[in-house]
Design a protein around this ligand. Structure first.
Ligand code: A2P
Ligand code: 11C
Length: 331
């Protein structure tokens, strides 16, 4: 019997991509249920050539569902994921609501797939997108050279804020071109032709929540509570794909060639790195793609046993929808 899968938030930026990933990967499912807010009820979406009507999410939505992929925001997950689990579904939740719960596995299938088996609360968490993309580049190096610390800056696309982020950038560019007033609703400052050093809200230590996710989620995924992380997350006027500039320090000596060799045969990450031909990854290269790309690999000039690198990944896909579907494939 093939599983009955539900997508909660099917009409959102990540939900639409989940549908696409299930279709493109030929996910073995018997039935697909699409759930969103009352605003979208009755809307039709196409899956494998057939139209499926979107239903309003309620606490009774989960009877008979085996796997529920959630991406409708943290408060919806808090409220409805326990109902889904109580109805017997395994929840794969893309929000930050349950990630740090010790009874909820936090899974990147290429890194810690075994932790996804038999989740105690019936909930598995999908990590933060910037964290997933960074760890895709760091995990193979950690395995070979022993990671000690990370200093990173991110360049995050507006689709990380959902469909509304894309609309805000589009409208601001149009307004500027037309010589009209720029309106900011989603972002604290104008995002068009600008960069904003704030992603998510500030915490007491001066870092934002998004920045602290890299430390806290990184430690949990790698099973390495001593990992040191200091991060600056920046929103850039790019539609899709996050980039991260990382300085990583290791316990053993490392150089660029040894690092490139460590990626050989690792799934989900490709080296794109040849300064002599100006070859390096950019966000447009990964948009709509499954693999993360790593380049600009070089020895750090300040720290011992440290490397600088640049990793890019489609955060809607590997950073969210694809990672969730890969977890479902493990189940
Ligand atoms: P809807 O399109 O009906 O508003 P995004 O991250 O792109 O903003 O998408 C958010 C997703 O979460 C959408 O699918 C949205 O549905 C869904 N969503 C938002 N609020 C609710 C709600 N109260 N109940 C169910 N789904 C919701
Ligand atoms: C952004 N990374 O680009 C965020 C969105 O922890 O899942 C996802 C936040 C999260 O704004």
């Amino acid at each position: 019997n093939l599983p009955h899968v539900a997508i909660v938030g099917a009409t959102g930026a990540v939900g639409v991509e989940m549908l696409l990933c299930l279709e493109q990967r030929n996910f073995p499912l018997g039935k697909l249920t699409l759930l969103a807010s009352a605003r979208s009820a009755g809307k039709r979406m196409t899956f494998r050539g057939e139209e499926i009507e979107v239903k309003e999410l309620t606490h009774d939505s989960f009877a008979g569902i085996d796997i529920a992929l959630f991406s409708a925001g943290g408060s919806i997950s808090q409220e409805f994921a326990p109902s889904a689990a109580a109805a017997g579904a395994i929840v794969i939740d893309n929000s930050s609501a349950f990630r740090m719960d010790p009874d909820v596995p936090l899974v990147v299938p290429e890194i810690n797939p075994a932790t996804a088996k038999n989740p105690a609360r019936g909930i598995i968490a999908n990590p933060n997108c910037t964290t997933i993309i960074s760890l895709m580049a760091l995990a193979p190096l950690h395995e070979a050279f022993g990671l000690e610390s990370i200093i990173a800056s991110s360049y995050q696309a507006v689709s990380g804020s959902g469909a509304q982020g894309i609309i805000e950038l589009e409208q601001q560019v149009a307004a500027i071109v037309a010589g009209e007033e720029v309106v900011s609703k989603i972002y604290p400052r104008q995002i068009a032709f600008n960069v904003i050093p704030q992603v998510d809200v500030f915490t007491e230590n001066g870092y934002t929540k998004e920045e602290m996710k890299m430390q806290n989620e990184g430690r949990k995924i790698l099973g390495f509570p001593e990992l040191k992380v200091s991060c600056t997350c920046v929103r850039v006027p790019v539609y899709r794909s996050h980039s991260v500039s990382i300085t990583a320090k290791f316990s053993r000596p490392i150089d660029a060639d040894a690092a490139r060799a460590a990626y050989a045969g690792k799934p989900g990450i490709q080296v794109v790195d040849d300064p002599s031909t100006k070859l390096f990854p950019v966000p447009l290269d990964t948009t709509g793609k499954d693999d993360c790309l790593v380049g600009r690999i070089r020895k750090n000039l300040v720290l011992d046993n440290a490397l600088d690198l640049w990793v890019v990944g489609d955060q809607v896909r590997k950073g969210a929808a694809l990672n969730a579907v890969q977890i479902a494939e493990i189940l």
